[in-house]
Design a protein around this ligand. Sequence first.
Ligand code: ADP
Ligand code: MG
Length: 311
Amino acid sequence: MPIRLLPPDVADKIAAGEVVERPASVVKELLENSIDAGATDIRIEIRDGGRRLIRVADNGGGIPDDQVTLAFARHATSKLSIVEDLDHIATLGFRGEALASIAAVSQVTLLTRPRDQAMGQFLSLEGGQIRRQEGRGGPAGTVLTVENLFYNVPARLKFLRQPQTETGHIHTAVSHYALAHPTIRFHLTADGRVLFQSTGNGKLLDVLIALYGLEMAEQMLEIQPPAEHGAPEASALEASVTVRGFVGVPALHRATRSHIVLFCNHRWIQDRSLAHAVAQAYHTLLPVGRHPVAVVLLELPAGEVDVNVHP
Ligand code: ADP
Ligand code: MG
């Protein structure tokens, strides 16, 4: 076969395969967009493990009229304009790929209204193609609904697990964002049942209580800042790193490492050596083969973090 450029719809579907692995990846992208839009209240509704429906409603900045269709174009972002911006990214998103990818493999509707606009916009797409667009009233903020995920990619559908497994992944994703953003109120329902809600009162401990229950949260200790910031031997970088969070008492141990939850600059990260460092801090206090419970939030200068590295 001769070399040919792929038609855009084929390219979109291929790219979608990278961004959208499962319903929880859609939820992750939509939550990041809501957080980036400055939302303080985010409601997530899913049906059938997210396969039939994922709806994320926020009270963030909304999308201005003239940009609504652009939001679904590949490499369209309001968060990055010059390549130097890549070195100090303050938003969760920046690739401008998520909405285009999600729309390529589902049926999407968007209802959005910036606070200073009297009228909002409604847009519906199917397999990435715009089907309808009209002015419509609605609350300030954005409601993005994704229905029938992978309806046009049967091969992907086969890889989806039982709805309750996919729901579990979504629950985990939502709780990670709630832990990283205690000032935002999160509310998750699955098939009409409330699975998780945080108050958004800014207290990390209250998110832990919402997530793990009072009994377990009471067995967690807040990480105290070092008395004297920056020991003499600390490098400038070490001095600019802050560590916050809660760690479980040694009696609160678990069979796997998955209860060590780590964040770097409000992004959830998975890192073996950091998880190991947390476990090492318990030294011999934990039974052999058992792992601690910990939520640790690192903050370091944006320039020191390469957000392009996969979590
Ligand atoms: P990225 O987040 O990388 O910029 P996306 O495809 O996720 O790319 O979103 C494209 C653009 O659409 C964003 O840059 C933003 O301007 C806009 N957008 C998406 N979701 C929202 C939302 N919930 N509220 C306001 N604007 C949004
Ligand atoms: Mg995004």
